[in-house]
Design a protein around this ligand. Sequence first.
Ligand SMILES: CC(C)(COP(=O)(O)OP(=O)(O)OC[C@H]1O[C@@H](n2cnc3c(N)ncnc32)[C@H](O)[C@@H]1OP(=O)(O)O)[C@@H](O)C(=O)NCCC(=O)NCCS
Length: 414
Amino acid sequence: MAILDLFDDSEEATARRRGWVGAVQRGFRADRPEDELVDRWVTHYRAERATVRGAWLPAGEFGAGPMPVATYASFDKTLNAGREVLPLRMVTDVTTSASHRRRGLLRQLIEADLADAVTSGVPVAALTASEATIYGRWGFGPATFRHGVEVDTSAGFGFRSFTDPGRVELVEPVDAWPHVRAVFDAFHARQRGSVEWPAPYEDIHTGAYDFDGGGANRKIRAAVHLGAAGAVDGFVIFKHGEKNTVAVTEMIALSPEAQLGLWSFLGNMDRVTTVTHKLSHPRDPLQWALTDLNRVRSTEIEEFLWLRVLDVPRALAARPWSGNGTVVLEVDDAQGHAAGRFEVTASAGGAEVVRTERAPEVRLTAETLGALYLGGVPVAQLHRAGRLDGEEDAVRRFAEMADLAEPPYCLTGF
Ligand SMILES: CC(C)(COP(=O)(O)OP(=O)(O)OC[C@H]1O[C@@H](n2cnc3c(N)ncnc32)[C@H](O)[C@@H]1OP(=O)(O)O)[C@@H](O)C(=O)NCCC(=O)NCCS
């Protein structure tokens, strides 16, 4: 197990970095990396001050070389927890070679990183997962969900009463970027569940580099929404596909008018009959604004952001609470970081959270705590599923305190 030095430019370190990126590509069944991918990866991870871990076979062993048999990277950015924007350990590039799987390599890498996050005072860790069966054992729970929609924009698509008080302009993605970034930053500051964009987002949204295909991404288009006063308050990045379709890759609006204005722009493009969006807001107003609500079809709901609470008092005090009351929680955590009993006293939308010796009223695992942390799932539903225990009245009290009216929303994949 070793940590790469991203700033060592010796031949050996450079070869190891290249080998590491090659192993990530192999783990995700992608092509061998071209030089530009490796260069961009190094630039981004240097900018993030990322910790890049891996497991290499010992020198002399058959198969040993610069390419590791397991990869794992993490860096710290921020999560909007609802009342506070918290430091967040972001985990990515998790792969184990098919010839070394199920020997505990991921376990060693992730447990070392979570322990490091605790030492560094980072209260929450996050990842987006390729399979929902992997990370619960390390206390990660699915905290936000991805809502996919397909909108029929063929003849007849129209709004009941909406008229855009502003307007939409198509702009080259590279020129749109400062506006895109500013809208995202405003969104991140106000949206519970939002995770700060990692460094590659600029390459992705300007089309400077296509991490899937290599080279520049010449397909993406960008449009910004300007409110009545002329300020940019939303954007959409999209690409045209087969059979008169448009796929939205990113859309953020800072007001309902901007949201509907962008949908109106997308829905009224000539010769476009279907618009898809895999990360639409769970409460997007579009469906209720159209003359025909069946024009919006839900295509998928999947877990998206996985969260792992590391510092229970700090994390729980940073989220909103809806009702007043006190409950004693007992958290069971295989790694120990969130383990213990905590008295949560909620009032005026916030909570005071302290360790206690009092008898527990509600018992749950770290994984379940991660799932309910942002309010993405009601307490009663978790209780009915057998994911948390307690007397009916204690669970009801906890639900009244912890359930939140508005769902969390995260757009950041990493
Ligand atoms: C997921 C992956 C990294 C696991 O690596 P690994 O080194 O084999 O994992 P470990 O040996 O440390 O496994 C630790 C535990 O997780 C379990 N586990 C690992 N991968 C799992 C999976 N895909 N589904 C369910 N359980 C899994 C193991 O069974 C083991 O359980 P146990 O401790 O109860 O016995 C590896 O399978 C992989 O590279 N997959 C392809 C790329 C990928 O999907 N990466 C994840 C990106 S989010």
